[in-house]
Design a protein around this ligand. Sequence first.
Ligand SMILES: Nc1ncnc2c1ncn2[C@@H]1O[C@H](COP(=O)(O)OP(=O)(O)OP(=O)(O)O)[C@@H](O)[C@H]1O
Ligand code: SF4
Ligand SMILES: [Mg+2]
Length: 320
Amino acid sequence: MNEALTVEGLKVYYRTEKGTVRAVDDVSFSLARGESLAVVGESGSGKSTLGLTLIRALPANASIVSGRVYINGEEILSLSLSDFRRRYSWRVISMVFQGAMNSLNPVLKVGDQIAEPLIYNGGASRGEAQRRAMDMIELVGLPREFYYRYPHELSGGMRQRIVIAMSLVMNPRILILDEPTSALDVTIQAQIINLVKDLIEKLSLSVMFITHDLALASDIADRIMVMYGGQIVELGSAERVLGEAPKHPYTEKLLASIPRLRGETIPEFIPGRPPDLASPPPGCRFHPRCPYVFDKCRSEEPPLFKVGEGHVARCWLHGE
Ligand SMILES: Nc1ncnc2c1ncn2[C@@H]1O[C@H](COP(=O)(O)OP(=O)(O)OP(=O)(O)O)[C@@H](O)[C@H]1O
Ligand code: SF4
Ligand SMILES: [Mg+2]
């Protein structure tokens, strides 16, 4: 079995005052061992909800309406939360949460924050945990003495390295990174991306890299999964999705919106707004913004059509 993780028919909805928000709406995919998969989409497309589901860390108003998630062949959504936490959290699958670098505990030394799970969940002694935390600090490219620093004594890039060290301390095989660089400037962003690439290689990690930035995705990912309105709209190898012409009009628009250093083309904005997931548009969810829309798109929801080897797109242009 070559899959690190398999997701089948996953639906995750939030209860809100406005009604039911269909944040993840029938999502199926798998992550191969050693693969890095970028999950790309605008704000509100369901990326974080997907990640939080996979590590069983959804907020209380969320419910998993249907679906299965397999890790190493075992279905993990049906495990009790305590069972999942004991056997999977941080030691098999872990996550760098969106914005985590800004929510480190300000009154604790960063090293103690890295060491904590080793003592409380890993049964390590304080000395062992401290040594391991220092090893992790070194692994993410910082001096061991940084163990004794407080979050406010570190730059944004350094804090992001600490958060990555925390996610890896229990030696997980699968890592989800949720927008790990969006709060950083471009130079630091590149350093963090290089660090993540090194770690993938060194630790043979399987990685899900969540970002709204398609350019960043192209730099790190073997495959790209484009989400729109809680659904996958395109999934394929990075070469196919980005190198050749993209097969979904939304991906095309995302690509056209990337600023180019050279060349004549001016980046385009994607007109309109992402759908309201409490009442998504009928038919294709992208139809109110799509330049190719035709009658069928307004009433019938397209399935994912095969558009090439290992490449699918949710668009009627590729179907009957
Ligand atoms: N705790 C919550 N309660 C209610 N609705 C939520 C909650 N968290 C997210 N949502 C809604 O679920 C949908 C998907 O949100 P999610 O945070 O998963 O998107 P995202 O792709 O991660 O966006 P971003 O790029 O802004 O991080 C959105 O419509 C959002 O408003
Ligand atoms: S199904 Fe229709 S509206 Fe949707 S992306 Fe394809 S062409 Fe555009
Ligand atoms: Mg998010």
